[in-house]
Design a protein around this ligand. Structure first.
Ligand SMILES: [Zn+2]
Length: 164
């Protein structure tokens, strides 16, 4: 073993701050925020909590998302859920309520007006109750996808001059 030299210590990469070996954090290069793991972020969003820190609120009203978290300043307003929350809400409520609609129609054959009086408000109420938490969950999901980063604006947008 004599004659071998131990190479001098060379600088190595730092371990991720979380201590998880082999996990590369998806740090947003613009804001520096680190998204939480998928189920953590979705769960926080479902409960109207910021998917990044779990403390601040997601909504500033029924469905309006705050521009940024009041606690960690994460840019929640840039997480645009668009049509995903109503899609998931209708999908879920439909699968919950349509089977009983058909079953009751087949079993009891109630008049159509009774169907309308019972099911339409029930569909509406369930959708209203679920839309907000589902939107929060989608926002949490989106925070894990790294799609909250700013998109470069088009170089030039020409607006036609109506007075010309
Ligand atoms: Zn936050």
């Amino acid at each position: 073993m004599s004659g071998q030299t131990i190479p001098p210590a060379t600088p190595t990469r730092q371990a991720p701050p979380t201590g998880a070996v082999g996990v590369v954090e998806k740090v947003n290069p613009v804001t520096g925020h680190v998204p939480a793991p998928f189920w953590t972020a979705v769960g926080r969003g479902l409960g109207n909590h910021c998917p990044y820190c779990g403390v601040g609120k997601v909504f500033a009203g029924y469905l309006k998302i705050v521009p940024e978290c009041s606690h960690c300043a994460a840019p929640l307003g840039r997480l645009r859920a668009d049509d995903a929350p109503p899609y998931f809400t209708i999908f879920l409520v439909g699968h919950v309520l349509v089977p009983p609609v058909f079953w009751i129609e087949k079993a009891y054959e109630p008049p159509m007006w009774l169907h309308m009086v019972v099911w339409l408000p029930l569909f509406t109420i369930l959708c209203m109750l679920l839309l907000r938490p589902i939107k929060g969950g989608v926002v949490g999901w989106m925070s894990t996808l790294g799609i909250d980063q700013e998109v470069a604006a088009p170089a030039a947008v020409r607006v036609p001059d109506r007075n010309a």
